[in-house]
Write a protein that binds this ligand. Structure first.
Ligand SMILES: *[C@@H]1O[C@H](CO)[C@@H](O)[C@H](O)[C@H]1NC(C)=O
Ligand SMILES: *[C@@H]1O[C@H](CO)[C@@H](O)[C@H](O)[C@H]1NC(C)=O
Ligand SMILES: *[C@@H]1O[C@H](CO)[C@@H](O)[C@H](O)[C@H]1NC(C)=O
Ligand SMILES: *[C@@H]1O[C@H](CO)[C@@H](O)[C@H](O)[C@H]1NC(C)=O
Ligand SMILES: *[C@@H]1O[C@H](CO)[C@@H](O)[C@H](O)[C@H]1NC(C)=O
Ligand SMILES: *[C@@H]1O[C@H](CO)[C@@H](O)[C@H](O)[C@H]1NC(C)=O
Ligand SMILES: *[C@@H]1O[C@H](CO)[C@@H](O)[C@H](O)[C@H]1NC(C)=O
Ligand SMILES: *[C@@H]1O[C@H](CO)[C@@H](O)[C@H](O)[C@H]1NC(C)=O
Length: 663
């Protein structure tokens, strides 16, 4: 329907023409229009700002952001308390600017909601900053949304990656259609690309007489088309609250994208006032200026561009599967990681671990420092569970945990993106590598307690039991305050899923592997406790768990510490590099607890909760004598089928396979 403005409104609009805004109420019939915004017109949060030239910038190009902008005062939607929701009409001009015109980005939405305080749990990415996985579709959300969606999310039954939809309480649409319009000239449908960087106008109308929702859109230069894009019927009484806020929500994923609103109008019980197109603020320019005429040079340029695009496409090609949709917000683009590390240059190499190379990177746009681990991995098996675990670990906030920020996949390769830890890993300090200073006892004790509290959290306090599987000094990183932070999560688990009927896989690092893994190969919290025990001994003694004393003789650190304890010279095992500057009680406790945790029989080991109590001095260690503990780790490990590794290299190895039944 073409919009008509009440004469009174027209007059008032004329009166206010010199201003960007006109807002007035006649009874409950609230009305306003903006052609450009100024600072206090809207209440914004998250990444949203109002630019100096009057654009409402919902998102600013930074990855994984969300932002909202609301009309500051709530509007009365119900005719009477608990009455029916009355008719309303709104129109706005928007534009989505992505750095890539060939790649889509996340969309934006017009929102009617009971509060302008969106849950901090609302997710960016495909959730558009509106809700999260648990609350998607929850009737207590009470929101009505018209989305302009640029990504196809199968879990929301999205039509394609360029559509408009009307939704209630969540991201599944009541009705949706390809972005576009029916031309008044010939009645034919014309597609529009939401990410074309061009400004476009949208009209949304709700008619309470028939519960009709109408959504219409058109390019800026085209007047409101007579035939809407789509209509649907849904009674918004019961959905929209008596009093509700109106505004916009938007979110980014990992593609540099900005969402803008240039002008907006609204009316309760009447058509939305027209937006003065001529007065709209200018969009920032992106990409090259379009050429004026196709010339031979132009054709050549296009040819080259297509060639370069294809080449670039292959260069940055990623592997994506349907099940990854729900992990969208945690996905990084390969391109960003490539830029971040300058193409994985050696000069950014932080280290080479059992599972792959780790590079330091600086993310484009956000300039966040990250560590990117590049892992070769061909097997699809277990990948979904692995990514789910990585994403789940990414949600854990524990001060002794290195956060996993996200991942990316290519054919045969997996990339894990972690917080960057400026002070490197603990092993460098124990063995004075890379000119690192020797750690003081106070530092060591602080790190030990930090890692113990993190493991306790993962084993017992997080919603799921998480087993680290590869605790060792090179996986304990130090942040700028020298707090120990457990890193390199879950990778071991990924390798655990390779199921070759001929082999079972023992995953982890020799020396830190509990003996029972030799025959069960099943990681449990107690196998982590074993490795933690080794870590305790290693950090206290400054010696590796298996020492190659000479060419073909090796010594287990555990056996050596036990032996010294037996000959009443336990403290001789404390790292001589700290030159006696340590707390005797703490060091004794660390050594004995290390032995107890590394007990070859898993049922003799304490749980992490008990470990924490011992470390805090809340509980005394059970009375142990060296003879109670006497066991020869070497002998036990040989019994369990580890001999090949003990006599082989003692280097850290990612995956070792042990023939099943080989014990
Ligand atoms: C975008 O907004 C976020 C959140 O407010 C902010 O951290 C970031 O620095 C902004 N980025 C730019 C480029 O302004
Ligand atoms: C409106 O509905 C709510 C919940 O159904 C009820 O608690 C309240 O008393 C009602 N108010 C009026 C004025 O009817
Ligand atoms: C909005 O949320 C913040 C934090 O989530 C809270 O401190 C504040 O009180 C809330 N405001 C309202 C009006 O609910
Ligand atoms: C819906 O949200 C309400 C309020 O946040 C919550 O109490 C309820 O458990 C949620 N329902 C579901 C099915 O998640
Ligand atoms: C518009 O886009 C849709 C989805 O991409 C496509 O199926 C349809 O054929 C297009 N229509 C026109 C007229 O180009
Ligand atoms: C919408 O629902 C309300 C409350 O149930 C009802 O009063 C109203 O008549 C309904 N509107 C239509 C058009 O059916
Ligand atoms: C740890 O990192 C901080 C910040 O990068 C630095 O100031 C400090 O010197 C580092 N400490 C050591 C022992 O390297
Ligand atoms: C390990 O080897 C080094 C040098 O080979 C030696 O100094 C140290 O005492 C050995 N440690 C143990 C526990 O045998």
């Amino acid at each position: 329907m073409p919009s008509k403005i009440k004469p009174v409104s027209m007059l008032l609009q004329l009166l206010f023409l010199s201003l960007n805004l006109a807002a007035f109420t006649s009874g409950d019939d609230h009305q306003f229009f903006y052609s450009a915004f100024s600072e206090n017109d809207l209440v914004v949060d998250g990444a949203t700002t109002i630019t100096s030239n009057g654009l409402l910038e919902l998102t600013n190009g930074t990855d994984q952001q969300k932002g909202h902008a609301f009309y500051p005062t709530p509007l009365r939607f119900a005719r009477s308390p608990n009455g029916t929701v009355q008719s309303f009409s709104t129109s706005f001009v928007f534009a989505i600017l992505s750095v890539y015109t060939d790649l889509s980005a996340h969309g934006m939405a017009f929102v009617v909601a009971p509060s302008r305080n969106f849950s901090s749990a609302a997710l960016p990415g495909q959730f558009l900053g509106l809700t999260d996985i648990q609350n998607n579709g929850n009737v207590s959300n009470h929101f009505f949304v018209v989305e302009l969606d640029t990504i196809q999310n199968k879990e929301f039954n999205d039509l394609n990656a360029n559509h408009a939809g009307a939704n209630v309480n969540g991201l599944k649409s009541l009705e949706s259609y390809y972005a576009g319009y029916y031309s008044d000239e010939d009645g034919k449908f014309r597609n529009l690309s939401l990410i074309s960087r061009e400004a476009m106008q949208v009209w949304i109308d709700y008619d309470d007489k028939v519960s009709g929702i109408t959504v219409t859109m058109a390019p800026l230069k085209v007047a409101r088309p007579i035939k809407p894009l789509f209509t649907t019927t849904y009674n918004l009484t019961g959905v929209v609250t008596d009093v509700a806020y109106i505004g916009f929500s938007s979110a980014t994923g990992t593609i540099n994208t900005r969402h803008y609103v240039l002008g907006w109008s609204f009316s309760m019980n009447g058509p939305a006032p027209a937006i003065d197109i001529a007065r709209l603020p200018k969009l920032p320019r992106m990409g090259p200026k379009p050429r004026s005429k196709p010339t031979a040079a132009f054709v050549l340029t296009v040819g080259t561009a297509v060639f370069l695009l294809i080449r670039r496409h292959l260069k940055y090609a990623e592997l994506r599967e349907d099940w990854e949709v729900e992990f969208g917000p945690h996905r990084f683009s390969y391109k960003d990681l490539f830029y971040a590390t300058e193409g994985f240059k050696d000069k950014h190499l932080l280290g080479i671990g059992g599972f792959g190379r780790v590079y330091k990177g600086i993310l484009p746009v956000s300039k966040l420092e990250v560590a990117v681990k590049r892992v070769s991995h061909d097997s699809k098996q277990g990948m979904k569970e692995f990514i789910a675990e990585v994403v789940s670990i990414g949600h854990i906030q524990h001060r002794n945990l290195v956060r996993v920020l996200g991942y990316c996949r290519r054919r045969g390769e997996l990339f894990l993106v972690y917080e960057y830890m400026p002070n490197g890993s603990v092993d460098k300090y124990l063995y004075g590598k890379e000119g690192k200073p020797i750690l003081s006892w106070a530092n060591r004790w602080h790190i030990i307690k930090g890692i113990a509290s993190c493991l306790l959290y993962l084993h017992e306090e997080w919603e799921k039991v998480i087993i680290h599987r590869d605790i060792k000094p090179s996986n304990v990183l130090l942040d700028s305050d020298m707090n120990g932070r457990l890193g390199d999560f879950g990778l071991a688990r990924l390798y655990d899923h390779d199921t070759d009927p001929q082999t079972t896989h023992v995953v982890g690092t020799i020396g830190y592997l509990a003996p029972e893994l030799g025959h069960t190969s099943k990681a449990t919290p107690l196998t982590d406790v074993f490795a933690f025990g080794m870590f305790l001994l290693e950090v206290t003694c400054g010696q590796r768990p298996i020492n190659e004393t000479s060419q073909d003789s090796q010594c287990m650190l555990v056996d050596w510490v036990l032996e010294r304890w037996g000959s009443a010279s336990l403290l001789e095992t404390v790292d001589s590099r700290i030159e006696g500057n340590y707390n005797i009680d703490e060091a004794c406790l660390a050594l004995k607890l290390g032995l107890l945790c590394s007990h070859p029989f898993s049922n003799a080991r304490p749980t992490m909760r008990q470990v924490m109590q011992y470390l805090e001095g809340d509980t005394l260690l059970p009375g142990m004598t060296p003879t109670d503990m006497r066991f020869h780790m070497m002998a036990i490990m040989q019994n369990e089928g580890f001999e090949d590794y003990i006599t082989g290299s003692t280097a850290s190895i990612g995956t070792t396979s042990v023939l099943s039944g080989g014990r």
